[in-house]
Design a protein around this ligand. Structure first.
Ligand code: HEM
Ligand code: HEM
Length: 185
């Protein structure tokens, strides 16, 4: 028999179950938080707190989890990130088995903004800040900013999938990716 071996046998395990389940649960929570935000009720709070809990778990995992889940694996220096962005502009950026430098910073930003949306929402429910207009407005503005970041994140995923001819969404589902070629970063 010749030809390439089946992908299943050669693929590398990159995303562990906690990263994958955490990701899709977070997506579900943010979507549900939006659907329950009009005519606000107790479910909106509960779902928002669930999103906060996932973010906390992911932060701990970023220090204690396996190799590809760790922040130190995918949070690069500003110089390395800028270099990656420049190479992206000329369609010559290297493929990364873990998150690429721009994707890595986007992940940090998403986690921070989700935490701020959740905390501002909680603040608005406290006796001291209940009904205080700027707190409600801050919560809504942060939720809007989150939407913009999500659009950029999904756009980045689509672009990287296209550039490197791989289905990153499927990889986030089953956790496997094709191994790194000799010419890849
Ligand atoms: C509420 C919306 C979303 C949020 C908050 C979000 C957040 C995140 C986070 C935090 C990660 C890092 C995963 C980790 O290391 O734990 C990530 C990665 C990823 N997300 Fe999302 N995501 C969202 C929506 C989506 C959607 C709709 C898709 C699919 C189209 C998607 C596809 C991916 C993929 C493929 C990765 C891995 C990227 C890579 O290969 O480097 N995300 N996302
Ligand atoms: C993390 C995910 C969350 C998202 C995406 C989100 C999103 C939103 C949005 C878009 C609104 C505005 C609804 C409108 O148009 O009137 C809203 C309102 C509100 N949210 Fe959240 N929220 C989240 C978490 C939370 C949490 C954890 C709490 C509190 C425990 C909370 C409490 C509130 C309250 C009290 C309002 C009403 C604010 C007002 O009337 O101005 N939210 N949320």
């Amino acid at each position: 028999m010749n030809g390439a071996p089946p992908v299943e046998r050669t693929a590398v395990r990159v995303w562990d179950p906690l990263v994958r389940i955490g990701h899709w649960s977070l997506v579900a929570c943010i979507a549900a938080a939006w659907f329950t935000s009009e005519g606000y009720g107790v479910w909106h709070d509960r779902i928002g707190y669930a999103a906060l809990a996932i973010v906390c778990l992911r932060v701990v995992w970023g220090f204690a989890g396996p190799h590809y889940a760790r922040f130190k694996e995918f949070v690069r220096s500003p110089a390395a990130t800028l270099d990656y962005a420049r190479r992206m502009a000329t369609a010559s950026e290297p493929r990364h088995l873990g998150h690429n430098p721009l994707g890595g910073w986007m992940i940090v930003l998403l986690l921070v903004v989700i935490a701020l949306v959740g905390l501002s929402g909680w603040l608005y429910t406290t006796d001291r800040y209940w009904g205080v207009e700027w707190v409600g407005e801050l919560h809504e503005a942060l939720a809007d900013a989150l939407l913009v970041l999500i659009a950029l994140h999904v756009g980045g995923v689509a672009l990287a999938s296209y550039r490197h001819r791989e289905n990153l969404v499927a990889a986030m589902l089953h956790g496997r990716k094709r191994p790194q070629g000799a010419d890849e970063g």
